[in-house]
Design a protein around this ligand. Structure first.
Ligand code: FAD
Length: 481
């Protein structure tokens, strides 16, 4: 039998559930990736993620050749996946297509179409769990319901996981079954320009890509994993793993990361493992409560909140996006996402809180902006993070817990090292007003050569007033239906 492995967001050739299953069940396995026009046509012509995906596909192509022989490799298409994939399966004469689960709404709809089209030709479509250790309904409460609170979920997850769940899905042993690429298909992954895109600054970022990128990050992180707890909240320090984008596109296996965390057996490693469990938590929230993927608040009462609208709201939103709020920690964080596609976790919480609770703007606006910008954008985690920040999500913080954008800076960037990396114009200010330049004495401003409103914005809102307004705005969630 012949089979086709359809790569999507799982661009690696080791420990791969669907590839392993295909190789074990068919004598010859072709591998394909579609640069999906349904997604690509909507993107700006410079997109770091598209560039990352292209580099990953090229690395995967090289890995498949070295596994299966020089005639092997990745078949790449640039077309609408829902149409091109079934057509490719027909052309190759395969009996089955294999792929890994993707529970995002658009992916589910696409896969349904593909399944129907394949079925019409008598071709089977087999999908596997690969992206997470436990998915969908695998971790449930004793009553058989999905969890909506993280702590008990993580307890159940940690109690359930064992070596068998983390065993790699073998590929190398069966690599002789990788089929040569048939005549008539390009032998190279298309260049960025052929896909209609221009290069971004991806290569100048300190983000290792390519074949060894994820391994390099993991090796470097392994040396500080035990200190994760103490370092992870400081945006100026190399604390976290920076593996998010590799996880998003499946350049690294989640099982490998969980095994690495368990092998370390330290409080730092345990905290990091919990972050990986947060990821699984939000994946299962999206699968079990699909309304969150359709823009609804997890807690329906929070959809009664009247967010700011109109020209001033638009102006505030633009200032937030462009890092012109007058709050240095927020502005430096927005510069970080705009310039690099990454934002430190602490700062995602601070900027998201600022959008909802200082500017009174709908969290969905911020969610959409992060979705456009983040290299590691993941619908489930991004939605989860935004609903957490707006208090509308599962495991909600009480809404009256509001981050103070100045105090957060003083606590987590005490010497201003992070802020100054992105806002060098503030360098001359005394440390104690770095996170609140409007409190600087005129003499200090003069000495630093800063005119507020010209060299750096005055705050666009007053935090204390905004806080009061937010408490009033949110009070509707207490009213009865
Ligand atoms: P590390 O600290 O090294 O953590 C390792 C991995 O664990 C991450 O790569 C990620 O896969 C997972 N993880 C860590 N924290 C969380 C979390 N709170 N929720 C879910 N998974 C987590 N994460 C995304 O992967 N994609 C997003 O689009 C995303 N949007 C967010 C939006 C907001 C408003 C907030 C508050 C958080 C968001 N996060 C998102 C979670 C978190 O900020 C990032 O996963 C993390 O900063 C990525 O950096 P890292 O890979 O160095 O993480």
């Amino acid at each position: 039998a012949r089979a086709l492995l359809w790569y999507r967001r799982d661009l690696r050739a080791n420990d791969h559930a669907a590839l392993s299953q295909a190789l074990r069940s068919a004598a010859a396995v072709h591998c394909a990736f579609v640069f999906d026009r349904a997604i690509l046509d909507e993107l700006p012509r410079q997109d770091r993620r598209l560039e990352f995906i292209r580099e990953s596909a090229a690395a995967l192509d090289a890995d498949l050749r070295s596994l299966g022989g020089p005639g092997c490799g990745l078949i790449t298409l640039h077309a609408s996946a829902a149409e091109a994939l079934p057509a490719l399966a027909r052309r190759l004469g395969v009996q089955a297509v294999f792929a890994n689960h993707d529970d995002e709404p658009a992916a589910l709809a696409r896969d349904q179409l593909v399944r129907e089209r394949l079925a019409a030709d008598g071709i089977a479509f087999h999908t596997s769990k690969d992206t997470v250790v436990f998915e969908r309904g695998e971790v449930l409460t004793q009553a058989g319901a999905p969890y909506s609170v993280f702590t008990p979920y993580s307890r159940a997850w940690l109690a359930k996981v064992d070596e068998a769940d983390l065993r790699p899905h073998p590929v190398r042993e069966f690599a002789a079954r990788l089929a040569p690429r048939p005549e008539g298909f390009a032998t190279d992954v298309p260049a960025l320009a052929q896909l209609g895109f221009e290069p971004t600054n991806l290569r100048s970022l300190k983000l290792p890509t390519g074949s060894a990128g994820a391994a390099e990050l993991l090796r470097s992180f392994a040396q500080r994993m035990d200190r994760y707890e103490e370092l992870r909240d400081l945006p100026s320090v190399k604390g976290p793993s920076y593996l998010g984008v590799h996880l998003r596109f499946g350049r690294v296996s989640i099982r490998e990361l969980v095994r690495a965390a368990r092998a370390h057996d330290s409080p730092g490693a345990a905290t990091w493992l919990k972050e990986l469990v947060w990821r699984e938590f939000y994946f299962q929230v999206l699968a079990n409560f699909p309304q969150v993927g359709r823009g609804e608040s997890f807690r329906p009462a929070y959809d009664r909140i009247a967010w700011e609208q109109g020209p001033q709201a638009q102006a505030h939103f633009a200032a937030w996006c462009e890092g012109r709020t007058g709050y240095p920690l927020v502005d430096a964080a927005m510069a970080q996402i705009n310039q690099t596609g990454y934002m430190h976790n602490r700062l995602r919480m601070v900027t998201a809180s600022f959008l909802c609770k200082d500017l009174g703007l709908d969290w969905r606006w911020g969610e959409r902006y992060f979705a456009e910008k983040l290299n590691d954008y993941e619908l489930a985690s991004n939605n989860g993070g935004w609903q957490w920040a707006s208090s509308s999500g599962c495991d909600a913080q009480p809404y009256f817990r509001i981050f103070h954008p100045v105090t957060q800076g003083e606590r987590f960037d005490p010497d201003g090292k992070f802020v100054l990396r992105y806002l060098p114009q503030l360098a001359g200010l005394p440390e104690k007003v770095l996170h609140a330049p409007w409190k600087a004495r005129p003499v200090d401003l003069a000495a630093a050569g800063i005119t507020l409103g010209k060299d750096y914005p005055l705050p666009i809102v007053d935090h204390a007033q905004a806080r009061e307004q937010t408490l009033r705005r949110y009070s509707v969630v207490k009213e009865r239906d």
